[in-house]
Design a protein around this ligand. Structure first.
Ligand code: G3P
Length: 220
């Protein structure tokens, strides 16, 4: 399962990029606006922070077919790592179909049901983004929705990749992997938690102490 960072904060993106554990990023108008940066400048900073084979999800802010197409083409033309995020509305699905025929990769965002996900696949989406945390906010079982999407896509061998979004805990990342999604996009803080374990820390401390006590010489 690939991991994306759900952030537009350059320091966070850079740190995880350098660690080599992320395959890309997702942004949205909220994440971009909280940076306080001019969008053009922010996007070019993101481009220079991430290496060549990463995926960069940038979202349109239009809701009508023609403007969605215009914004999506402009975003895709900026860099070949861009996947365009488009909301799951009728004009968005229509634009998705058209853009995917043009070879532009689309991530349909704000997906909350398996039937929306079915339409996204038929519209040729590259990614479908179910928002699990936001479903749980309204007491809907987000994991059940994700499992149904995984099953439906398997039943019909859809090529659309499932991108588990709206992550609210480390546990969500574990459940995403168990459900068999293709990608999880997570805020910085939960990705940072993934490599931590108290037994790793105590184990390492003991290894180093034993080595020091033995007064051995290392190879280099
Ligand atoms: O990037 C979209 C999604 O991950 C947003 O998550 O926490 O705002 O529901 P959240």
């Amino acid at each position: 399962m690939k991991i994306f960072i759900d952030s537009a904060q350059i320091e966070q993106i850079k740190e995880l990029e350098d660690l080599g554990v992320i395959s890309g990023i997702t942004t949205n108008p909220t994440l971009a606006s909280v940076t306080g940066k001019n969008f053009k400048d922010l996007v070019s900073e993101i481009f220079s922070t991430l290496s060549k084979d990463r995926i960069i999800n940038l979202e349109v802010i239009a809701t009508d077919y023609e403007t969605i197409l215009k914004q999506a083409r402009a975003l895709a033309a900026l860099d070949n790592r861009v996947v365009v995020k488009i909301p799951c509305i009728p004009d968005g699905l229509k634009a998705c179909k058209k853009l995917s025929e043009e070879g532009i990769r689309v991530n349909i965002t704000l997906v909350f049901s398996p039937m929306q996900a079915l339409l996204c696949a038929n519209a040729g989406a590259y990614f479908v983004s179910p928002f699990v945390g936001r479903l749980e906010d309204i007491s809907v079982d987000g994991m059940e929705i994700v499992s149904e999407i995984v099953k439906i896509y398997k039943n019909y061998d859809y090529k659309t990749q499932i991108l588990f979004a709206s992550v609210r805990s480390v546990e969500h990342i574990r459940l995403a992997a168990l459900a068999g999604v293709d990608v999880v996009t997570s805020p910085y803080e939960y990705i940072k938690e993934l490599y931590k374990h108290p037994l790793t820390d105590t184990g390492l401390a003991k290894f180093l102490k034993d080595w020091t006590d033995a007064k051995e010489e290392f190879i280099v």
